[in-house]
Design a protein around this ligand. Structure first.
Ligand code: NAD
Length: 323
């Protein structure tokens, strides 16, 4: 029986023709990367997300060493929904064992991902964290290989992801128009770091859809705090913690504020939030509804921005040095 769904704002994704939910489902937590997640909880979380209008699900073979893809695959299958009702993105080139953006590896990678996801195709196939590879290889070998996969119907659209923003301009300036459909940036459009903003006009001029991930700065802006592996400096971690404590002392949820901040910019097609429980889905979906209704809590936002001002736009190194 079809799952009764509520509606969420859908936004066009560049020139793809896809309409993605403003809040997208980040499935890395389903790979137990932020703490253990039981299969039943993963299935229930995805179901609740879909029921509440989230139609966009993002994963990678890297998350939890393929566990995220397997969990998401099971959860999507359990929906018993028509395939066209949801949009799935996965990635290639980054694995538990390291990076490999060669055409041979990415061809094998999509077949492995499709099997784990129990799907015939993915909507988006991203090259995952390209700053760890040779950007020239991405341009001359990986993206052409992905174009072939597109022709074969295994992926409908092609994307690139990573942390440093200059990787996007490097690649997009060197590939034929339309060869890259979307980019996925993370930790650069949130209360503590909004540097993606400057790149939006360029991305628009290239006709590229923009996905922004990690509005909670990969756990920095949550009450439970970041995982062990979080790469932020102690300075950034402690400023974010101070912001969390401040919100809590006022009886406010920093997660709601942080997510609403990212959602408020409609040039960003979807904000990917990692979710691993039904209450998180409920809260994050309520954040969108409230943003559309009463708007943001401007007073608390100003206070949080003041606390984070000394660390505003502070990031961390990622990838290999490119010349
Ligand atoms: P995030 O900022 O979305 O934070 C996720 C953490 O916040 C998890 O611990 C989650 O359980 C918790 N959380 C979510 N909603 C909450 C709520 N309402 N209350 C309390 N805690 C809450 O970071 P993320 O998961 O790393 O990023 C989102 C998604 O974006 C990922 O799952 C992944 O799909 C994608 N992503 C991609 C890349 C890349 O391609 N390089 C990088 C980062 C993220």
């Amino acid at each position: 029986m079809a799952i009764p769904q509520t509606k969420m704002e859908l936004r066009p994704l560049g020139n793809t023709g896809l309409k993605v939910s403003a809040v997208g489902f980040g499935a890395s937590p389903l790979g137990s990367v932020f703490g253990p997640v039981a299969e039943d909880d993963a299935v229930a979380t995805v179901r609740e997300a879909f029921r509440r209008g989230i139609n966009f699900f993002d994963t990678s073979p890297y998350y939890g060493a393929t566990l995220s893809e397997k969990m998401l695959g099971k959860a999507l299958k359990a929906l018993q929904a028509p395939r066209s009702d949801y949009i799935v993105a996965t990635k290639c080139g980054r694995y538990e064992e390291g990076f490999d953006f060669s055409p041979e590896r990415v061809r094998k990678s999509i077949d492995e991902s499709l099997e784990r996801l129990q799907l015939d195709y993915v909507d988006i196939l991203h090259c995952h964290d390209i700053e760890f590879g040779s950007l020239d290889q991405i341009v001359s070998e990986t993206i052409p290989a992905l174009q072939k996969l597109k022709q074969e119907g295994k992926a409908r659209f092609i994307g690139i992801t990573g942390l440093p923003l200059n990787i996007f301009t490097y690649v997009l300036d060197r590939v034929p128009p339309g060869a890259v459909d979307v980019i996925l940036s993370y930790c650069h459009y949130g209360v503590n770091d909004s540097t993606l903003l400057d790149l939006l006009p360029y991305l628009k001029s290239k006709g590229v859809g923009v996905i922004s991930a990690s509005p909670l700065a990969m756990g920095l802006l949550t009450e439970q705090g970041p995982p062990e592996w979080h790469p932020a400096s102690p300075e950034l971690k402690s400023a974010c913690k101070a912001a969390v404590v401040h919100c809590k002392s006022k009886g406010k949820k920093i997660t709601k504020l942080a997510l609403q901040y990212s959602l408020a910019n409609k040039e960003i097609s979807s904000v990917l939030v990692g979710m691993s429980s039904v209450p998180q889905v409920e809260e994050n979906v309520a954040a969108v509804t409230e943003l559309e209704g009463v708007g943001m809590d401007q007073e608390t936002l100003s206070e949080v921005e003041a606390i984070l001002k000394p660390v505003k736009n502070l990031t961390w190194p990622s990838g290999i040095h490119q010349n």
